[in-house]
Design a protein around this ligand. Structure first.
Ligand code: TRP
Length: 361
């Protein structure tokens, strides 16, 4: 080894290993503004400091769309395009297709043996989601267990998620502790990390932005579509003309301005003018449209690049998935050894067990 190379490898071993992040999304359609302010905006920053693993949870998506797998297949690519477009950088982070790393399913199965059923029954997020389904499948019911496996497989330390996912993180912590206690210390106890905007209403003012409610602004929407959607937003129903005193509370346009305005003082001024009847709805909407299009501008540019470079999309997916496969295999080896689900191929073991169970006449 040249002295220079030796030096750099010494330096590398001195640098503290970066904490690992794992988080993911179900591929069930194109991503929208809530995904951005609730998650992606934060992920883009986190990738600079952490060893980030971002999972496209297509196995988990089967819990919602086992009857429409082509939708999941399309969405895997759509989500990847959205991730790349917002600036997630496959050279810094690891993109993973869940179904291509079968260890996810294997660890989920093993862990589900030590997850008390009652813990799943009491999971408030699962309860709320199950209420929306007609026939809840066993696979869907078990998805919190699969999520525990997603997080523990790469031994993640941090899990950035929306508020609704916190019960799954709590479950992960309990099960990691239990596993470590029962079989030996393998897993770090991960911590959840909630984003800047835990919830964003849809353009119709309904509780949340959601594809099934048809109230989304997508990251892939054109300038014109964004303008049209902002025009449709509810403002203050009591206000008939611009000089009427306006209300901020429950006003969808202002909810969005709060989430997207980067200049707090200007935002306060705007609210003041609005409540004093000094600015019209149209003007406020055009400010919001400009802000959103400024945010989406660079996202659209990156998307245009990847649209004509599909091979780069493939590379992002597969380089990451290959890396994750190695990490997964290493963890599963440890898990099998810890649980003693191993050694059947060893002739010494075979002999020992035969002896143990053979009785002399
Ligand atoms: N449940 C998450 C969602 O609905 C996706 C997901 C799968 C996830 N595995 C995960 C999130 C692990 C955080 C950690 O989008």
């Amino acid at each position: 080894m040249t002295s220079e190379r030796k030096k750099s490898s010494e330096e590398a071993s001195m640098v503290k290993k970066k904490d690992r992040i794992l988080t993911g999304m179900r591929p069930t359609g194109p991503l929208h503004l809530w995904h951005y302010v609730g998650a992606l905006e934060n992920w883009v920053k986190l990738q600079e400091k952490y060893d980030c693993h971002f999972l496209i949870a297509d196995y988990q998506a089967l819990g919602d769309y086992s009857n429409d797998i082509s939708k999941i297949r399309d969405s895997v690519i759509e989500v990847t395009m959205d991730w790349l477009s917002v600036g997630l950088d496959p050279y810094k982070t690891t993109f993973i297709i869940q179904s291509y790393v079968p260890e996810h399913a294997e660890l989920a199965m093993l862990l589900s043996m030590i997850i008390p059923k009652g813990m799943i029954d009491r999971n408030p997020t699962l309860k709320a989601e199950s209420a929306l389904q007609k026939d809840v499948s066993l696979g869907f019911y078990n998805y919190p267990a699969s999520q525990v496996a997603d997080i523990l497989l790469p031994k993640a330390n941090l899990v950035p998620v929306g508020e609704d996912q916190l019960p799954h993180i709590e479950l992960t912590r309990e099960i990691a502790r239990k596993f470590n206690r029962m079989y030996g210390h393998i897993f770090p106890i991960p911590t959840g990390l909630v984003g800047r905007v835990p919830r964003l209403v849809g353009i119709d003012g309904k509780a949340k932005m959601s594809k099934s409610l048809g109230n989304c602004i997508y990251l892939s929407d054109t300038r014109e579509i964004v303008e049209k959607k902002v025009k449709q937003m509810f403002t203050d129903p009591t206000r008939l003309k611009a000089t009427d005193l306006g209300h901020i509370e429950g006003n969808v346009v202002f909810t969005y301005l709060d989430a997207f305005h980067s200049d707090a003082t200007e935002q306060e001024n705007l609210k003041k003018k609005y409540t004093e009847g000094k600015i019209g709805d149209g003007e406020v909407k055009s400010i919001l449209t400009k802000l959103l299009n400024a945010l989406l501008g660079p996202i659209r540019e990156r998307r245009a690049y990847y649209q004509v470079h599909p091979e780069a999309v493939r590379e992002a997916l597969f380089e990451g998935t290959e890396k994750a496969k190695k990490v997964a295999a290493a963890t599963m080896l440890e898990v099998r050894e810890a649980m003693k689900i191993t050694g059947y191929e060893d002739i010494k073991n075979i002999k020992k067990i035969i002896e143990k169970y053979s009785y002399e006449e």
